[in-house]
Design a protein around this ligand. Structure first.
Ligand code: PLP
Length: 376
């Protein structure tokens, strides 16, 4: 049996999405800028509407990019000047952290549950603060940040400060309405919502001036030069149209997985409280996540120990470290992330296998006394 539980890393492309893009490889393969390619350029504009609709934006506020990483780079570098200040969090995706490190940046703390320190946000706003960049949902733990509250705090102090949210893991999992939340910019990524890799978008509220990262042709109103990734864009549109389906089924299966693991494994603990529906990050204290993952893979179960972008790094996750987890907990953390394709049978199989693997590993673990104490 093969069980894919790493949907925060990437997702399977939906059959409906594949069907939608096929003609644009074989019949309608024209460059959308060519005069005769009316149908293709019209289709791109229809898709812009589909993407906008999912987050209740205006189509003119959507810029297609090569993915979440580029959208994040464009949001940050597109508005910030050298002497301006950014506020972000310690638990952002590396796309945000590595972009912000070249600027004067304050990194907000989270508590043991993964919740953001809103008081620190208020205290960190300076006269030259230009941008607040706070993710909507965390890719490792699934913890949801209170974007509405963040915006309220920031705009009360200075309405000129822009608020950007990396919503790559939130889109398709929670309802997003940019008119209600008044967020200024928002990034999303196709491959997290059953479209292919290499396509994403940035929402930018009308009226906000942005500097392009990629200069070139007139595409995307001069904000992103280069011939459009037509099939990627069309795939993203379809994926947005069918997003948000099966969310209650996914949540039920995630909760079942979580509860049964907690019952069967005495050293298991869930990391993060207020979370998106598909993610569970579980620490198996005193065990090594890489070894657990190898055992799971032997059983055909694919999960991860955190962000796919950080695989190979020997450091414990920066997200779990920011949550002040003990090293013996952070080092044994596994992320399971489900999708609409996850079945009950797969979850039952995973519960059975992980319980066996953890009991076996506990027996061989050198932290005998510590584990005994945990059991008591
Ligand atoms: N932001 C978050 C929260 C993510 O989980 C990811 C991908 O893992 C990204 C940004 C980057 O998106 P992409 O892979 O489309 O560049």
């Amino acid at each position: 049996m093969q069980v894919y539980l790493d949907n925060n890393a990437t997702t399977k492309v939906d059959e409906e999405v594949l069907k939608e893009i096929q003609p644009y490889f074989s019949e309608n393969y024209f460059n959308p800028s060519s005069l005769y390619a009316h149908e293709v350029s019209k289709k791109i504009e229809e898709v812009r509407k589909q993407v906008a609709q999912l987050i209740n934006a205006h189509p003119s506020e959507i810029i297609f990019t090569s993915g979440g990483t580029e959208a994040i780079n464009l949001a940050i570098k597109g508005v910030i000047e050298k002497d301006e200040h950014i506020i972000t969090t310690k638990v952002e995706h590396s796309a945000t952290l590595n972009t912000c490190k070249n600027f004067d940046t304050t990194y907000l703390n989270v508590n043991k549950n993964g919740d953001l320190d809103l008081k620190q946000l208020e205290d960190s706003i300076k006269i030259n603060t230009k941008l607040v960049s706070v993710m909507w949902a965390n890719n490792e733990t699934g913890v949801i940040f209170p974007i509405d509250e963040v915006i309220k705090i920031v705009k009360n102090i200075n309405p000129e400060i822009l608020v950007f949210t990396d919503a790559v893991q939130a889109v398709g999992k929670i309802d997003i309405d940019v008119q209600k939340t008044h967020v200024d910019m928002l990034s999303l990524s196709g491959h997290k919502i059953h479209a292919p890799k290499g396509i994403g978008a940035l929402y930018v509220r009308n009226g906000i001036k942005l500097k392009p990262l990629i200069s070139g042709g007139h595409q995307e109103r001069g904000l992103r030069g280069g011939t459009e990734n037509v099939t990627g864009i069309i795939a993203l549109g379809k994926a947005c149209e069918i997003a948000n389906s099966n969310n209650s089924k996914i949540e039920r299966l995630r909760n079942k997985l979580e509860q049964e693991i907690l019952e069967n494994c005495f050293n298991a603990k869930i990391n993060g409280q207020n979370r998106i529906n598909n993610t569970t990050n579980i620490s198996f204290q005193y065990l090594e996540s890489e070894l657990i993952l190898m055992e799971l893979e032997q059983c055909g179960i694919y999960a991860s120990s955190g962000s796919a972008c950080l695989t190979g790094s020997l450091e414990p996750s920066h997200v779990l470290t920011a949550m002040e987890l003990d090293f013996t907990q952070a080092n044994g953390a596994i992320r399971f992330s489900l999708s609409k394709y996850t079945t009950e049978k797969e979850i039952d199989y995973t519960i059975e296998k992980i319980s066996e693997i953890i009991s076996k590993m506990i027996e061989l673990c050198p932290y005998e006394d510590e584990l005994k104490k945990l059991k008591e």
